[in-house]
Design a protein around this ligand. Structure first.
Ligand code: SF4
Length: 386
């Protein structure tokens, strides 16, 4: 058993690329437009789903995630149609499949949350980014702090029990003390069970990166970012949230199963422009990664979406799983991986031995437990693996 066996679980990601404008820090695959070509988009995605039904073969559907872009720019009827089609395509699915929708706060108008719950969504990830109006303006967002609070209340009032709020730290003009106040504000909301706190990154060619290169914007320095990383954890812990990954915190029962499924090596099927997919081909011993063409215009007009493919060996995939494990609090189960591949100790052993010696992890009864220091060093540990 030199090859890697699949886990048997499948997550489906639907990428809805539309945004009303591009935020100055964003490099995602988005299509900026005022009038979303909704029916053409839904037809194109249903066509792609029909063409790629073999992704469901031998897999149990466990999570569905609508991300973007701004999925909440589609009508609830369109979202419901896509959701039903995905469920219908899966011969097998877990009874409690997690169904997440990324939502911008201003989309949650009166009555909208009830319709989303009735359509079958079980979780909302709210793209708040900040609850300070001055910072929101800096980030180029359309909503206010009041919109965020009202959206949370409406979603919870409609019966949604899993609500996540995204925040960004390191924004130009923002201070660490101000950001930590925002974290405390959000942490005090009893309706939410998840917070994602991301460090602002400067991706090539974004408006913020151009401003930084021209000296018009000063990023936070590394020491400040590192202190913020630790302080956020303390503030959230005081309100019952535990860090379970570098950027993600949950109250009991609130962990994102969809994100976790990427980290443990489940297959995923990505639909839509720029979406990525991964399938573990147990029989051939390879892992196939697919990236859809990024152009929304071509996605809408072509009969079959074009894509590029990359074949990974199971050794490379094992190394990737180790790299992802450094970012997480949950231990990496070597016992489970050994059940999927006979190469686990040969491939991962040399890295683990060195890290145990440096005090970055412990191996206890077939599980690797990483230390908080390993999470802080996750990027450099990744560079050691590859
Ligand atoms: S709304 Fe989200 S996806 Fe759209 S441009 Fe802004 S950050 Fe990017």
């Amino acid at each position: 058993m030199n090859q890697l066996a699949p886990t048997g679980r499948l997550g489906v990601y639907l990428h809805v690329p539309f945004c009303l404008r591009r935020c100055p820090y964003c490099d995602f695959t988005v299509a900026v437009m005022r009038n979303v070509p909704e029916s053409d988009f839904v037809e194109a995605m249903l066509r792609e789903l029909a063409q790629r039904r073999d992704a469901f073969t031998g897999r149990r559907l466990s999570t569905i995630y609508f991300g973007g872009g701004t999925p909440s720019l589609l009508s609830v009827a369109a979202l419901a149609r896509l959701l039903e089609a995905v469920k219908a395509a899966a011969p097998e699915r877990t009874t409690d499949a997690e169904v997440t929708l990324e939502v911008n706060p201003e989309s949650v108008v009166e009555g909208w949350a009830e319709a989303v719950v009735a359509a079958g969504f079980t979780r909302v990830s709210l793209g708040a980014q900040s609850v300070n109006d001055a910072v929101l303006r800096q980030l180029g967002r359309n909503h206010t702090a009041f919109d965020v609070r009202r959206a949370v209340e409406r979603l919870h009032g409609a019966g949604l029990r899993h609500i996540s709020v995204d925040l960004i730290y390191g924004a130009p003009g923002a201070t660490m003390a101000g950001f930590l106040d925002e974290v405390s504000t959000v942490a005090a909301w009893p309706e939410i069970d998840h917070v994602s706190a991301y460090e602002l990154t400067f991706e090539p060619r974004t408006a913020f990166t151009v401003a930084k290169e021209r000296g018009r914007l000063t990023p936070w320095d590394d020491d400040l970012l590192a202190s913020c990383f630790d302080e956020v954890e303390l503030r959230l812990a005081a309100a019952g949230f535990a860090r379970y990954e570098i950027s993600n915190f949950a109250r009991p029962g609130g962990l994102s199963r969809h994100n976790s499924s990427y980290w443990v090596g489940d297959d995923y099927l990505g639909l839509g422009p720029g979406a990525h997919s991964l399938r573990v081909e147990g029989a051939s011993g390879t892992v196939v990664r697919r990236a859809n063409e990024r152009s929304t215009r071509r996605y809408l007009s072509e009969e079959r979406v074009s894509a590029t493919f990359e074949e990974l060996t199971s050794e490379t995939h094992l190394r990737e799983l180790l790299m992802l494990a450094c970012r997480r609090v949950a231990p990496l189960s070597l016992s489970e991986l050994r059940g999927r591949s006979a190469r686990v100790d040969t491939v991962l052993g040399p890295h683990l031995d060195g890290w145990v010696e440096r005090g970055l992890c412990r191996v206890v009864e077939g599980e690797v437990h990483f230390t908080p220091e390993a999470r802080r060093l996750a990027d450099s540990l990744a560079a050691e693996i590859f």
